[in-house]
Design a binder for this molecule. Sequence first.
Ligand code: SAH
Length: 234
Amino acid sequence: MVEQQADRTMELSEWEERWQENKIGFHQLEVNRMLQVNYDSVVNGRSGVRFFFPLCGKAVDMKWLADLGHSVVGVEISEKAIKQFFQENNMTYSEEPVPSLPGARLFQNSEKNISLYQSDLFSFSSSVAGQFGAIWDRGSLVAINPKDRERYAALIISLMAADCRYLLDTLLYNPSLYKGPPFFVPDEQVHGLFGSSCSVELLQSVDALTDRQRAWGLDSLTENVHLITLKAPN
Ligand code: SAH
């Protein structure tokens, strides 16, 4: 089944076009339900956790976690998305180049401890902002091009601190009905990508079919949330 979407690619310029044309149906106005329900499992009693948001868009989840006392680092290619995040949440921000990441810019609200890097995720590394105590991956593994999944998993694993708790949201549907993104990522592939160095636990599985996906031609959609932790420190 994964083969059906294996060669589908979205260029970074196509994502930027979506932002410019406001075709951002993936953006959620409310804090993600799966994050709220599984918050305790991710935080695991810790305070002031450093959260990483790969492909962050303008997710309101970032503000929610910052308001709870955590810090947030996100990576997003679209400058428009990053600026809208701060503006829509009434936050001021500074803007500066990133010496360790040529071409990238860092947008930051230091009061709330939110740092968003405008960059291609695949240029990012732990040498830019260290490793993280938690990762919230919604609309990220499912959004990158299927052929980049191994590279993505290696990068994410390299960003995990020893105590990192990585919450991964995936989607299951019939890939012959819709070309994506978001792409179909079966549980077996999650195990294949992360299982050799991490423990993978399915925390939640819900029927997530709404009119939005019916309009794509889907007749069923399951959203799975996995908790991924390192078997041994990096
Ligand atoms: N996680 C967010 C956004 C999901 S959509 C949410 O849940 O709302 C995927 C986002 O990733 C888009 O905003 C797109 O502009 C960005 N993106 C896609 N490929 C990227 C890449 N290689 N590096 C950085 N950002 C990327």
